[in-house]
Design a protein around this ligand. Structure first.
Ligand SMILES: [Zn+2]
Length: 284
């Protein structure tokens, strides 16, 4: 694991940039038009930002340590704080969105909330501001994991979401798993009812070639038996799942926050081209 990755694990706030309309071609069943928040503005480049976190259910620390934020000398991470602050931020601005994946953390947090906070969170989920992606107990690996375990842990998480929110996750959010298996593609994505699967880990030469070929996004047909009936839209990230260059959200990083607004945007674009945030990010 590289240093950047280690720093980023605690609260990996990654910005997914989806340029243009989010409408995708329907793949298999279960397609639902995406809610694009405040809507698409005609005549402008529309960029949709979806904030999310990925939290390992045990890696350098135990699941308990990750949740409460103890043992931070090993790694700065506190998922409880993440969930507390996300809810507050979503309530503050109804145009904000957040997605969360790992039910091992969410369930622990949810069960300790007051009825008032739970009602608030239900409203956020119903309004589409907070969405569960993947929704398994953890984000399972695919390289060596037995498919029974993948089914089992995904079922556990999905049952909780269904019982508490009457929702079923739609996005296969496999951004950190090592290895990618056909079972994940056809059984735990298409057959499960997801309409897409997204991942970051891919061989670096494969990624480079796909960037060149513009084939990072493909329709993945994972089962010869089921063929096109269980194919799925698959998306490999152009870079890892860290924030894009210049966007730093980690509390321990040696940068100041991005500060771009209508008044200074033109100046920054003129000065720094496609990375207008550059001059803002050096430590003062
Ligand atoms: Zn991970």
């Amino acid at each position: 694991m590289g240093k950047a990755e280690t720093l980023g694990l605690g609260f990996r706030l990654v910005v997914v940039l989806v340029v243009g309309c989010l409408c995708r071609e329907a793949v298999g069943s279960g397609f639902v038009k995406y809610e694009t928040g405040s809507g698409v503005v005609e005549g402008k480049l529309n960029v949709h930002l979806v904030a999310h976190s990925h939290d390992d259910v045990g890696w350098l620390k135990t699941v308990d340590q990750y949740y409460v934020g103890s043992n931070n000398s090993i790694q700065g991470a506190c998922v409880e704080n993440t969930l507390d602050s996300v809810v507050e931020s979503l309530v503050r601005d109804p145009n904000r969105k957040f997605v969360f994946a790992e039910m091992a953390f969410f369930q622990r947090w949810w069960l300790t909330q007051s009825p008032g906070i739970q009602a608030l969170v239900r409203k956020l989920v119903d309004a589409g501001q907070l969405e569960f992606v993947n929704g398994g107990w953890c984000m399972h690996d695919e390289a060596t994991t037995h498919y029974i375990d993948m089914i089992d842990q995904t079922t556990l998480g999905h049952r909780a979401i269904k019982a508490q929110f009457n929702k079923t996750p739609r996005a296969g959010w496999q951004i950190d798993p090592f290895g990618h298996s056909a079972v994940q593609a056809y059984l735990l994505t298409a057959e499960l009812g997801f309409d897409s699967v997204h991942f970051a880990r891919i061989d670096y030469q494969d990624r480079a070639k796909r960037k060149e070929d513009k084939s990072l996004e493909v329709i993945w047909r994972g089962s010869k038996t089921f063929g096109s009936s269980s194919q799925i839209f698959a998306n490999a990230f152009p870079v890892h799942y860290n924030p894009p260059p210049g966007f730093h959200f980690e509390v321990f990083e040696d940068v100041v926050p991005v500060q771009i607004h209508n008044e200074n945007l033109k100046h920054h674009v003129k000065t720094n081209g496609w990375q207008p945030w550059r001059s803002c990010c050096k430590k003062i």
